[in-house]
Ligand binder design. Structure first.
Ligand code: GLY
Ligand code: MN
Ligand code: MN
Length: 541
């Protein structure tokens, strides 16, 4: 009887679950339409008068032959719209516009047209109606209407957009990204030789008071080293190498004249998006915290499952299973799983060593949940216990990270965690005799300590003093590749510890703290049983 009741109950629950799932064909916890709308309002508040910002969806990328990479929306586009499909353009106006029918609007979006055949092959499209209903836009149109848009770009004082990398394809159909960009270029009188980077650097010259021009010249000099085509620009070159302020003033006047020839710009859009995306709203924090928690649980399960016969690929797979189980669709960046010396390669993504053996395994793994990505690294001994040398190096990195986290406070400079962590690493390496001078520490700790985290793993920000509700990573490391100029006993040891830190008025909060971090806590976690201990697959030999 009991069994019958239980079966009936389970059947009823099953039916309810099916009904519930049938009524909800996508997750209910995406960012809300109100969030995106409010963000567009914030953008508008920061725009200069009589200006328009133009955002394009990310291009689709070909993997090989007729297969594309999984589509990923441009984070700025996603932030402002919630639209997750390609071939779309968003226009945000500083001031209310009016169309010929007398309707007013302050943003416009052009999206992919509904198409039964295309949707049968490649998935559902929101279309104009869906964009209005689900994303809350009032002015949404099919992409092909962009070519007859009433927007008169030359009439604006500033038309600001991220310049094009020219790595998108002209696909079939009249309203793909290629066509949208082509239309925009025609309508905005985009010069054939327009170079947005150059315009950005020109803006740096003209937007800074002449008394600061020596500093600007120094910064520009660094940029020019990275952009071969800009090195040859007479105005930029002249400004950087100018002997004195009078010469820089003369060049600045010339730049002002060149700038006036059009209303195109890339700096307003960058400045606005860097400022807005640096700090997170409560709604964003819910998703970001979830991505981080999922990733930390993944690290815990990997710790339990790890043994020396595991391959790097399999370790990656364990983490991947955990994050997908929680509904995270992707990694936020390619997983890094490096056993022993492989851990010394900072962006090691082959992850193909067949057995990790008794080495340390460095695992930099971040799940992406509804667009927001975690970035969490743990380094653990595959056999469950740290050797003496491994522990000594690990503890220096741990202390460096603690020092970095402690200074991640409101008002501190962006460089503070890096300065604090580098100091600890350098002292530790000097004490062990691995380096002879402080300046050599960079050899073994060659990367930065912090970056912003959010929709991008290396998220946007202003790099100014820390503000509340900013999330950064604190991720010192020590990497001693085989053949290094130190005692052999250190060779092949690579340690990075990376946590995701929320900066608040009440101090730093470690959002990935549930993944064990001390050597003691890691060893204890690795002693725990894993559900994978009993997961034995047939031998295919
Ligand atoms: N996972 C890339 C990074 O740590 O910056
Ligand atoms: Mn990172
Ligand atoms: Mn990382």
């Amino acid at each position: 009887m009991k069994a019958m009741l239980r079966n009936t109950l389970f059947t009823t629950l099953g039916i309810l679950l099916v009904i519930q799932l049938n009524g909800q064909d996508t997750p209910a916890d995406y960012l809300s339409a109100d969030f995106h709308k409010e963000r567009r309002e914030k953008v508008r508040e920061m725009m200069s008068p009589n200006s328009v910002l133009v955002f394009f969806a990310n291009p689709e990328r070909n993997r090989a032959n007729d297969v594309d990479y999984i589509y990923h929306q441009d984070p700025d586009f996603y932030y402002l719209t919630g639209y997750r499909e390609p071939n779309a353009v968003l226009l945000v106006f500083s001031d209310s516009q009016q169309n010929t029918a007398g309707e007013t609007y302050n943003d416009l979006i052009y999206v992919q047209e509904r198409d039964a055949k295309a949707e049968q092959w490649d998935g559902k499209r929101l279309g104009v109606e869906g964009t209005k209903e689900k994303l809350g836009f009032t002015m949404a149109f099919n992409g092909d209407e962009f070519s007859t848009t009433m927007v008169d770009f030359p009439s604006f004082d500033t038309v600001s957009f991220f310049d094009f990398e020219n790595d998108y394809r002209d696909k079939r159909g009249a309203a793909d990204l290629y066509d949208l960009i082509k239309t925009f270029k025609e309508k905005a009188n985009y010069p054939a030789d327009y170079d947005a980077k150059k315009q950005e650097l020109y803006s740096m010259i003209t937007s800074t008071p002449i008394e600061n021009s020596a500093n600007v010249a120094q910064i520009l000099g660094r940029y020019l080293n990275n952009y071969a085509n800009l090195e040859e620009d007479e105005l930029l070159k002249g400004f950087v190498s100018a002997a004195d302020e009078a010469v820089r003033k003369e060049i600045r006047e010339k730049v002002l004249i060149v700038q006036k020839t059009n209303n195109l710009d890339s700096s307003m859009i960058s400045e606005i998006m860097n400022t807005l995306r640096e700090t997170k709203t409560e709604e964003e924090l819910v998703l970001l915290k979830k991505a981080i928690e999922i990733s930390a649980v993944g690290q815990i399960e990997v710790m339990k499952a790890m043994h020396p016969n595991m391959s790097e690929t399999e370790i990656q797979g364990v983490h991947e299973y955990v994050y997908r189980k929680y509904g995270a669709a992707h990694e936020g960046y390619p997983a890094i799983v490096g056993g022993g010396n492989n851990g010394c390669i900072l962006h090691y993504i082959e992850n193909n060593k067949p057995e990790v053996g008794n080495d340390l395994v460095l695992m930099d793994l971040g799940a992406e949940y509804h667009g927001y990505t975690a970035d969490v690294t743990r380094t653990i001994p595959a056999d469950g216990s740290f050797s003496k040398e491994q522990k000594v190096i690990y503890d220096i990195v741990y202390d460096a990270q603690e020092a970095g986290i402690a200074v991640s406070v409101v008002g501190a400079s962006f460089q503070s965690p890096g300065n604090a962590a580098s100091e600890v690493v350098a002292k530790g390496l000097l004490k062990l005799g691995i380096i002879k001078e402080r300046s050599q520490a960079k050899t073994y700790f060659p990367h930065g300590t912090s970056h912003y985290l959010g929709l991008d793993v290396h998220d946007k920000g202003t790099y100014g003093p820390f503000k509340p509700n900013t999330v950064i990573t604190v991720e010192p490391g020590i990497y001693i590749p085989e053949g290094s100029d130190c005692d052999k006993k250190w060779w092949g040891i690579a340690v990075r510890i990376e946590d995701d830190i929320l900066i608040t008025e009440n101090g730093p909060v470690n959002l990935s703290a549930i993944a064990p971090r001390t050597t003691k806590a890691i060893e204890a976690m690795m002693k725990q049983n894993s559900p994978l201990d009993d997961f034995v697959l047939p031998n295919l030999d």
